[in-house]
Design a protein around this ligand. Structure first.
Ligand SMILES: [Ca+2]
Ligand SMILES: [Ca+2]
Ligand SMILES: [Ca+2]
Length: 190
């Protein structure tokens, strides 16, 4: 197990199973943006701490697609490959986004109303509610928090210029974010 500590880290994984833990509830500091090389979707796992996610200044509550608070426990993964997918239909706690996005601005515009991959949200009823997502630019996968600056009521889309993305982990060389499955994520830790 690899505990990625505070701040930005560069980590190279080896053969076989590696479990990379982003965050640590006992460490009240921001854990930064870690860059990981060698992540093997057949073997390796990512684990996130909800408390550490909520320590980020850019993030409010860590929630699932339906707006429920994410707690310690198993991940529910939803792959979004068509626009107007209702991510609030269940407590989807990791969402992978199809398509290629060169910048975070391209990503957030695509996910907002009218975008090529616009989402229908659950009850993200508090500003700065944030969902863990993964997207790619066609070369690398980016895992991080999608945050809404304005409350979204259940069944609605995000208004223009209300979404932002805070990267937690870059998986260098994982070209397709939708190749990630639930087995690539260990249980959330508190
Ligand atoms: Ca490995
Ligand atoms: Ca770190
Ligand atoms: Ca892609």
């Amino acid at each position: 197990m690899i505990l990625a500590g505070a701040g930005d880290d560069t980590i190279t994984l080896g053969d076989g199973l590696d479990i990379l833990v982003w965050g640590d509830k006992s460490n009240a500091t921001e854990h930064g943006h870690d860059t990981v090389t060698g992540f093997d979707t057949a073997n390796d796992k990512l684990v996130f701490s909800t408390a550490s996610i909520e320590e980020l200044s850019s993030v409010g509550a860590h929630v699932a697609g339906d707006g429920s608070d994410v707690a310690a426990g198993a991940v529910t993964l939803l792959k979004v490959d068509t626009k107007a997918t209702d991510i609030g239909a269940a407590a989807n706690s990791v969402i992978t986004i199809d398509g290629n996005y060169a910048t975070t601005d391209d990503l957030t515009k695509a996910l907002e109303t009218g975008g090529d991959m616009e989402l229908i949200f659950g009850a993200l009823d508090t500003a700065n509610d944030s969902i863990l997502i993964a997207y790619d630019d066609g070369a690398d996968t980016h895992v991080g928090m999608l945050t809404t600056s304005a409350a979204i009521s259940d069944g609605n889309k995000a208004a223009s210029d209300t979404l932002s993305f805070t990267e937690l982990v870059t998986l260098t060389g994982v070209a397709d974010a939708t190749s990630l499955t639930v087995t690539d994520f260990g249980d959330f830790i508190a």
